[in-house]
Design a protein around this ligand. Sequence first.
Ligand code: SF4
Length: 404
Amino acid sequence: MTITFNRPVVIPITELEQSAFCQTDGNLRTKSLEEEFAAGVRWQKVPIRYLKLSPQEIDEGIAAARQALGKQVVVLGHHYQRPDVIKYADFRGDSYKLSQMASRERDSKFIVFCGVHFMAETADILTASDQTVILPNMAAGCSMSDMAQTEDVEDAWEQLSSVLGGEDEIVPVTYMNSTAEIKALCGRNGGIVCTSSNGTQLMEWAFRRGKRILFVPDQHLGRNTALKLGVPLDEMAVWSPFKQLGGHSPDRLRRAKIILWEGHCSVHTRFSVKQIEDARQKYPDVNILVHPECTMEVVQEADYVGSTEYIARMVREAPAGSKWAIGTEINLVKRLAEENADKSVFCLDPIVCPCATMYRVHPAYLLWVLEGIMAGLVINRITVGQKVAEQARIALRRMLEVAG
Ligand code: SF4
C-alpha cells in the first residue's frame, strides 16, 4: 500500500516557528516529537506512538530498521539536517550534489530524502521509474520556494513573453529551490536549473542564449551572481508577483539584463554587515565566509562567498588555528566546528536559528517511514507527473551537462 502525495502539506512558517528553535548557546538537542510540538509548531501528523518515543528509542528503532532493510533503502541527507538525522545519511550534500547522486543511484528501491520537498521532487525526476522517493515529513518545504508559486511564475512568463517577444529575448533560469512545474517551464522554454554551486557558470550559459534572464526565486543569489558577471544594478529589475508586469513599465523591462523574482531565504537574510563588523572587531584575523543567498551588502563585505559545498571545503582545507565566521545554516556550521576542532568555526549570527522547514524532519518521521517500508507501506511517496517530469528533466539535464 502506498500513501502518495503529489503536493507538499503546505504549512507556512509562522513567526513563532521561525524562532521556536533559535538558541543563544547553540544547543540544538533533539527532544521527543511531543516535546518539540509543545513549542507551538504544526507539522505533518504521525501515529501517536511516534510522538511519545524518546530520542534514544527513536535512535534504536532507526538503527534496527536500517539493518533490516539493508541496501533496498538509501538515505540522502542535506547538510542542513539536524545531527540526529544526518547521522543516518548514506550520502550527504547540498542540493546539487544530492541531485547528482539521485541521478546515479540505481541500486536501491527506496530513496528516503532527508531534505525538503523540492529536493525530493528533483530526486523523483532524476531516478528510475521503479525507484520510490520518500520525504519523511511532507510539511518540510522551503519558504523561499513557496515565494514562487507555479501559477505566478507561469503568469509572469506569459506577461514577459508578450512584452519582450521570442526565445532569444529572455531565458528562464530557476534555482533548484523551486517546484517541478517551474523547472518544467524552464525546460520547455530553452531555460535551465541552477544551484548555488554552479550559478555563475549557468548564468553565463543563459546570457549566451538570450538577451536577458528571468531568475526565480532567489533575488539575492540572482543579484550576487549577476554582479559577479558585471551586470550593473540599474540593469536589474525585481519582479513582484503581486503587481502587473511585476511593477515595471515595458520599457524598464526591455532595459533589464536580468529580472529577479522577489524571493529570499529567511535563513540567509538574517546575516548582516553589523555582524561581520562585530566578528572582525572581536577577532581581527577572522575569515568571513558566507552563502550567496545572503544580501548583496553581506556578500560584498565577506572575504569568501560560495555554496554549502564550497563552505565545507574551505573550512576543511583551512590551516589549523585559523578562524571562520560563517553565514549559513547553523546545523552545518556546528558540524563543521565539530569536524574541524583544530580551527575556530562559529556562526556569524550569535542567535542561532535552524532552517525551520529543514528542522521539520525530526528523526521520528524518519523512523515512521522506514518502519512503513518494513511493513510494506510506502508513506509520503513523492511523485511528479510524467509530462512535468519530462520537461523538468530537460532543464535539469542541461544543468548537469553544462556544469558537469
Ligand atoms: S535554508 Fe533557506 S533556501 Fe534552504 S531550505 Fe531553508 S528556507 Fe529554503
